[in-house]
Write a protein that binds this ligand. Structure first.
Ligand SMILES: Nc1ncnc2c1ncn2[C@@H]1O[C@H](COP(=O)(O)OP(=O)(O)OP(=O)(O)O)[C@@H](O)[C@H]1O
Ligand SMILES: [Mg+2]
Length: 378
């Protein structure tokens, strides 16, 4: 122990050392010691105690498994094993949200179902456009169940015809079927595409069969998730192999607003709400992934535009939103009316305010609204 370090600092160093060595039992012992005897000069000793005990009681029990310990299992760039933890709940519309909660509950307490001769859902298909949270939801489910997530990207799999792939794939899949884990087949439509593509070579067909067979033999109690942007490409025989299909849709105004309120950009998250509502409005039709990259770009631009001193990021984002609104409205009077109607409904804006925003007179706004059948006399 170094002379210079205080009790808390030394505890931190010790925990870091055993954690880096991958010794979870060691981490537990040190954390328990710290929780039992919080340092005299700790600012919130009771909270520290509570927090540490809570962590230790919810952390997964150590399991002996060949997958544990290895951070990643390589199968020729087509699969990854990860141990997600503390993944925040994705922002979903209420019905998808309920289904996701149900999947977690079924697998968290399978015994309750078994009492009634039932088993948890085995294979679930996520369908929906890009960037709406399918992959994130798979990570969230694994994190909630404290299980490793084995991701297999079928598109990369089908395009990599290296001799090793088939063998590694078989290995990963049979491990996945016997280990407690969540298996996630991403870009699942790649499989359907290769089934109809006559030009495909034998190796691909064989891989497809390996995956389909796995779907058939997937054990009750295991959880297999698959995701696709193109549900229509899957033939009914493949669809039938899943017991549930979850339709992920583009986020609505409320979901976009919630996402912005939880933004990773502090200045936006903590802004007065106007910027959030305006951005939630102008991002109609975007996925949350698109919304995220748009706000990040706008924030970056704002920071780089001023070489020094404070930057009002929320205001800069609001200005970008204005530009976006103008682009939207410049398409046609119909578009302008569409925007105006949304802004009236969601933000309570008057036609005067709308005119100022869109760079036209309030009379024009009134005309647009009337012509498109939604006239108001605000
Ligand atoms: N529902 C959501 N809740 C919270 N964040 C989201 C959500 N959807 C998308 N995001 C943000 O966008 C990123 C990309 O989302 P994700 O990878 O889950 O999309 P996806 O539906 O799997 O898309 P793809 O079909 O292209 O694989 C996430 O990491 C997250 O930052
Ligand atoms: Mg994805």
């Amino acid at each position: 122990m170094s002379e210079k370090l205080g009790y808390l600092e030394q505890a931190l160093v010790d925990i870091t050392r055993v954690a880096l060595g991958g010794d979870t039992d060691g981490v537990r012992i040190l954390s328990r010691r710290l929780a039992r005897r919080p340092p005299a000069d700790a600012i919130h000793p009771l909270e520290l105690k509570e927090e540490l005990f809570a962590l230790m009681s919810t952390a997964p029990a150590r399991q002996v498994s060949p997958l544990r310990g290895a951070d990643e299992v390589d199968a020729g760039d087509v699969s990854w094993v990860r141990y997600p933890h503390g993944v925040p709940a994705p922002i979903l519309n209420p019905s998808v949200r309920r289904s996701v909660d149900l999947i977690v509950a079924e697998h968290a307490t399978p015994q309750r179902l078994e009492e009634f001769g039932l088993t948890p859902s085995r294979a679930v298909l996520f369908v929906g456009p890009p960037g709406v949270g399918k992959t994130l939801t798979a990570r969230y489910i694994a994190s909630e169940l404290q299980l490793p997530l084995i991701t297999l990207n079928l598109a990369s799999l089908m395009s990599s015809l290296m001799g090793q792939t088939g063998k590694n794939l078989q290995e990963v899949l049979s491990r996945a079927a016997t280990e407690p884990c969540v298996l996630f087949l991403d870009e699942f439509d790649a499989l359907a595409k290769s089934r109809v593509d006559e030009s495909d070579v034998g190796e691909v067909k064989r891989l497809v069969n390996v995956v389909l067979q796995q779907l058939d033999q997937w054990p009750p109690g295991g959880l297999l998730l698959a995701a696709t942007n193109h549900a229509q490409l899957l033939d009914p025989a493949v669809h039938r192999r899943f017991d549930t299909t979850l339709e992920f849709v583009l986020p609505g105004f409320d979901e976009r607003l919630q996402f912005l309120g939880e933004s990773s950009i502090p200045a936006l998250r903590e802004s007065d709400g106007t910027a959030l509502r305006v951005v939630a409005l102008v991002s109609d039709g975007w996925s949350l992934a698109e919304l995220e990259s748009w706000t990040t770009r706008a924030a970056r631009g704002a920071v780089l535009a001023s070489a020094e001193g404070p930057v009002d990021i929320a205001h800069a984002i609001l200005l970008s939103a204005k530009q976006r609104a103008r682009e939207w409205a410049s398409d046609s009077p119909q578009k302008r009316a569409e925007f105006s109607r949304l802004a009236t409904e969601k933000l309570g804006w008057t036609q005067r305010k709308l005119g100022e925003w869109l760079g036209v007179s309030h009379v024009t706004i009134g005309k647009d609204l009337k012509r498109s059948g939604g006239g108001s006399d605000a």
